[in-house]
Design a protein around this ligand. Structure first.
Ligand code: HEC
Length: 150
């Protein structure tokens, strides 16, 4: 009986430590989510839904921060942490200002410079074949971008 109890507690200890193994999102996963947010940001801005645009901008920032945190140096020695700051800091700030001022013209210009930043970083990271552009049609037919609510 003593043996059984010992075995049971050992099992409990091992299985619980296995359960807390941290989940680390891969660079491709972070980028896939960033692509989705980049698209939603566009449709939110075009609909003049500035609260949603602001939300998507925050999510893009969080995703890029995760890329820096989890993959500071990516495969082939790509210095992701330095590159993200270098390429995206200024377009992200311009987007923040345009959204704050609810200015669609500035939003469009800043959005295009963020897209250029995505592509410049891909090019510098030997991923020049991953080319991002302005979305044309929302793939998210289950989301209404025009509802302006807090
Ligand atoms: C470090 C600079 C860097 C920046 C800035 C960056 N990316 Fe990436 N991106 C990468 C790297 C590196 C990969 C390749 C990941 C891999 O090989 O697993 C990638 C891959 C991707 C992919 C391919 C994912 C897939 O599985 O199909 C998409 C889409 C993408 N990025 C979108 C974006 C968008 C949109 C932006 C701008 C908002 C952006 N990226 C900004 C470095 C960057």
């Amino acid at each position: 009986m003593k043996h059984l109890l010992f075995a049971a507690s050992l099992f409990a200890a091992t299985s619980s430590s296995a359960a807390v193994a941290p989940y680390i999102p891969g660079m491709g996963e972070i980028m896939g989510a960033t692509q989705m947010r980049h698209s939603k940001l566009w449709f939110a801005g075009k609909a003049g839904n500035w609260a949603l645009a602001n939300y998507e901008l925050g999510e893009i920032r969080e995703g890029l921060d995760d890329a820096v945190r989890y993959h500071p140096v990516f495969k082939e020695g790509v210095p992701v942490s330095k590159m993200i700051e270098k390429f995206t800091a200024s377009p992200l700030k311009a987007l923040e200002n345009a959204i704050g001022e609810e200015n669609e013209k500035d939003f469009t210009t800043a959005f295009d410079s963020l897209t250029d930043a995505c592509n410049s970083c891909h090019h510098a990271a030997n991923r020049g074949y991953i080319v991002i552009g302005r979305p044309t049609v929302s793939p998210y037919t289950n989301q209404d971008f025009s509802v302006k609510s807090k």
